[in-house]
Each structure stands twice: as C-alpha cells, then as structure tokens.
Design a protein around this ligand. Structure first.
Ligand SMILES: [Zn+2]
Ligand SMILES: [Zn+2]
Length: 544
C-alpha cells in the first residue's frame, strides 16, 4: 500500500474520532500522523522493519494502526467507528469545506444527518444565524452541494479505463461505446454493445445484484458504478457508430447522407462518404470531419510519436522517485528524453527547491545525463507569485533549459486580477510553458478565472508553449481549446506532471486528449525532432 493511501486512512480515522467526540489530542495525533507519513522517504522500509515509532509524532498505537492498515487494508477500530454512523451522515463529509467540527454543530443544533437535511436547512436559511456559519458560509455550502451532486457517480478516465479492462475480461462479446469508447475526460456511465449474443441470454447469465432489463438495455452496477449493455445483433456496426460519437458528430455525418443498415465494418460508414476513418476518440464534432475530408487524420499526433515530456517531480520536492527511476521508465516506454521540473522555493508545502538545491540539481542532471547516455532537460515548475513574478532571480532562471510557470495559490482572484497576474508571468522572458492553464481538478474543483484565448495570444507573441497536463485528475488544457491553440500557432506540450516515475505513463491520457482536440504532430512539442526542441530551448547556447 502506498503512503498516500495510508495517509488517507489516518485522516479518516482522525475524522471519525473527532465526530465521536474523542479527546482532541488523540484526534490531532492521527491528523498529524497523516501528514508525517507523506513526508517519509523510506516509508515502506520503516513499516517492514516495524520502526515507525522511532519517528517523531508517531506513537506506539498509531504505529500499530499503520502496520495493520498496511497489511490488511483495514483496522478493527476503524471499522467499529464507521458502524457508529450511518452512511448518509458520513456522506456529508464528502462536501467540500464541511469538516467534522461544522458537521457536529449542524447535527447538534439543526439535527442534520444527511445531505437532504442540509439542503432543506439551507433552503430555509437556517445557517445564517448559526454560530460559526453565516450567510457567506451558507452560500458556499449551497454551491459545494450542487457541485458534489453534479459529479457524484462519475469516473475519471483512468478509473473508467481500469474498470473497462476488468469488465471486458469478465464478460465476452461486448464492445465499449459512449463516453468510454470516446475516452471522455470524465465518464458518467460505462456503456457496452453486445455483438452477437441475444440480450436476454446475456442478461440471464449475469449474476450481478440489482440487475435490470429495460427494453433494449441491461443495467447493473459494477464495483459501485453503473454499467449499461445495449442489445446488438442486427445492424451492429450502425449501432456501434450511433452509440459512440457525440450528438454533434453523428448529426454532421448524417448530414452527408443516410447511414446504411448493412455494413461489414464501421470504417465503411466513413469510406462511403469519402472521409478518412475517424477514430472513436475524435468523434466530438469540433472539426474532425473537415480534417477527415481533407485526408489529414494521419497527421494527428499518435501514441508512438511521443518522444518525451517536460514536467516531472523528484524526491527533491514532493515527488517519490529519483531521476534515475525516471530514466528507467522513460526507456521502457520509448522516450528519447525527459525533463525535470520540481517545485520552486515559494512552494514550501511541496518542498520547493532553494536556490542552492536547484543549482545542485542542474549539475546532477548534467552528470546523470552523461552517465546514462540519456537526454535530460533541466527545468523548474515556478510558482507564479501573486504579483505575476516568477520565483528566483534572472541569473538563476537563465541557467535552466525552460521554466514551467504555474498557479498554485490565490485561486479566488477576480478575472481581471488573475489575468493581469498570468499575462505578466507569460511576458517574463524565462517562462517557456504555461502549466495546467485552467487550474481545475476534474470532479474536484472548477479552477480559477482565466481567459484562455488571451493567454494563447500572449503565448503566441513570445513563441511559448501551452501545457496539456495529462494527470487524469487535470487533463488541463481542456481539449476543446486545442483548435484555438493551433489556429494561433501555440505549440501544445503534453506533460504527465509525474510525482512518481511510473506516472510518466500518464502522458498517454494526454495523448487521448490531444487526439480528441485534433492536435497535429507538428504542433505537439513532444513529437518534435530532438534538434528542433533543443533549438527552441536555446540548449546549445546555454551550454557554451
Ligand atoms: Zn503544478
Ligand atoms: Zn507539477
């Protein structure tokens, strides 16, 4: 089990203890342990040798708790505590900004034990005069509930793809359709189409609980998520087409002529209309049909074109892997280079690098690059400060191959203030890549106020790049902005923002997004010739 997961269990334990009215010192000890665990470099070693109680802040009972969680994935005390509360009540904890303290007040003062109760209390304005709350908090909670309900039951792309693999292994003769086949950013429902087996027979074989047959669709839950299986058989390829594309895509294709019933493949649909075959992930109706008409689909960036990625974190800041670990994974996945961009000094919460540490890392990278005969670029993910400046002085920044500038604080500025801050940062001659441009967390938070068109215009002026952050929680830049980036000649740089070497592979979620946005190879930095990249980064001049 990863230390991140153990930390979550510690937090859950602390929360439940707090809700049970336990001694505040005990509660705090569990919260603290949750944070301490994250900062341990050799967590696995310490657990295996049972040496956790040697760490300041982790006593014998918390050590014991961690060992059991690590081994079994649960702990009897935790399970017992959970039983004290009903699920509806615990669900309230999932609402952003609603911690145990506030929850206890709501329960005690207003008898609130479920989200429905809370919604009604807000409707009646009961939180306005409640101590510790007020009108502002009530409005915020109202928004938070709305957001929570809108994302409930949805899946991130990586989660959906993991379930897809399990489902396809378990059930034969079904084919993914819908958002899943289109590799959408988030997925509401896992949908599949049966090829030959009659739906009734398929349904009869299912042993899933709560299984329902509704006309041409079989519905059930798989690991808590809703799955739909559509009846196939006759006109299979037409159905496959109709169940895959977005509404816009299907309408535009149908405008070119009726879809025939008897087809021997999906390719035939496009062929008969004089189009290139449009792969499922591109069927969003944002310009792919024009590209297919001009026979340019093969120019869209593909998985095999990706030669490397620039934004990755090591143990020097908040990552869990060394540069050597990254080289190993990079080689495995066919990369020809990597870039290291740890957090900058203002990002104290993420172990941001002080000037000396950064200078040492630049040297280390040069040595490792030579020793391993593998190209590594030196970068930094610089916080964009509130005044729009970058971290570090010019003489330090000029030693780096590139600077990724990112917003990690003050998300709540007005649009004018935020844009002034961002545009100033982009004008800084050292900034090369604008990182996770929208600042959103999928199914988690909306992101800050930003005018992407203005950002792209500014980037274009300075011949800079925009990041498509491919962490499946971000997928930021939203793919729908890619056509605009291309029309303004702003190259797109797909970055995994890896914090552990294996997550370099997250770059491929970004490739799905790039393909959805019809990003041409020539506009994707990761697919450029190495010499072109070096030229753009003034690589040789910096080493003269
Ligand atoms: Zn970042
Ligand atoms: Zn980062």
């Amino acid at each position: 089990m990863k230390k991140e997961e153990v930390s979550e269990y510690l937090k859950e334990m602390a929360t439940l203890l707090e809700l049970s009215g336990e001694n505040p010192f005990k509660v705090k000890a569990y919260y603290d342990a949750g944070r301490i665990v994250l900062s341990l470099d050799d967590f696995d070693g310490l657990v295996k040798e049972k040496k956790l109680n040697k760490i300041k802040g982790i006593g014998p009972s918390i050590s014991e708790f961690i060992y059991t969680i690590y081994e079994k994935g649960s702990h009897p005390t935790l399970e017992e505590l959970k039983k004290k509360f009903n699920l509806e009540f615990l669900e309230l904890l999932k609402i952003p900004n609603l911690g145990p303290k506030k929850l206890l007040t709501l329960q005690k003062e207003l008898n609130i034990t479920s989200i429905q109760d809370l919604k009604y209390a807000i409707y009646e304005n009961r939180l306005v005069n409640l101590s510790g709350f007020g009108k502002k908090t009530q409005d915020k909670l109202k928004e938070a509930i709305k957001f929570y309900e809108s994302v409930k039951g949805k899946l991130l792309l990586n989660e959906a793809m993991a379930l897809e693999e399990k489902i396809l292994k378990k059930y034969e003769g079904i084919y993914p359709v819908g958002q899943l086949r289109r590799r959408a950013q988030t997925i509401d429902c896992l949908e599949f189409l049966l090829k030959e087996i009659p739906l009734e027979n398929f349904a009869g074989n299912l042993k899933e609980k709560d299984f329902v047959l509704e006309g041409e669709v079989a519905k059930f839950n798989f690991e808590g998520y809703s799955v739909k299986i559509y009846k196939g058989g006759e006109n299979f390829y037409k159905k496959l087409f109709e169940l895959t594309g977005s509404k816009e895509h299907i309408e535009k294709i149908e405008e070119l002529g009726k879809i025939d019933d008897n087809l021997s493949s999906e390719e035939e649909i496009y062929e008969r209309k004089g189009l290139d075959f449009i792969p499922p992930e591109m069927r969003e109706g944002i310009g792919e049909i024009e590209i297919a008409k001009r026979h340019l689909i093969s120019k869209v960036v593909d998985f095999k074109d990706i030669l490397g990625a620039f934004h990755n974190h090591t143990i020097e800041s908040d990552g869990a892997s060394k540069i050597e670990d990254y080289i190993k994974v990079a080689r495995e996945i066919g990369f020809k280079f990597i870039g290291i961009a740890d957090h900058s000094r203002t990002a104290k919460y993420a172990g941001g690098l002080e000037k000396e540490e950064l200078l040492n890392q630049i040297k280390e990278i040069e040595n490792l690059s030579k020793e391993n005969n593998f190209l590594i670029f030196s970068g930094i993910e610089s916080d964009i400060l509130l005044n729009g400046n970058l971290d570090y002085e010019d003489d330090v920044l000029s030693l780096l191959d590139y600077v990724v500038g990112s917003i990690h604080s003050s998300f709540n500025l007005s649009k004018e203030e935020q844009m002034a801050r961002i545009l100033k940062a982009i004008s800084n001659k050292h900034l090369k890549i604008f990182g996770h441009p929208q600042g959103r967390i999928l199914l988690g938070r909306k992101g800050y106020e930003v005018d992407i068109e203005k950002v792209l215009e500014k980037l274009a002026e300075g011949k800079k790049w925009i990041e498509l952050n491919s962490n499946p929680l971000r997928l930021d830049l939203d793919f729908s902005f890619i056509p605009l980036a291309q029309s303004l000649n702003v190259p797109v740089c797909i970055n995994p923002d890896a914090h552990i070497s294996n997550d370099l592979k997250d770059v491929f979620y970004g490739v799905w997004m790039a393909r959805k946005g019809i990003l041409f190879k020539e506009n994707c930095v990761n697919a450029w010739d190495i010499e072109k990249i070096k030229e753009e980064l003034n690589y040789y001049e910096k080493r003269r």
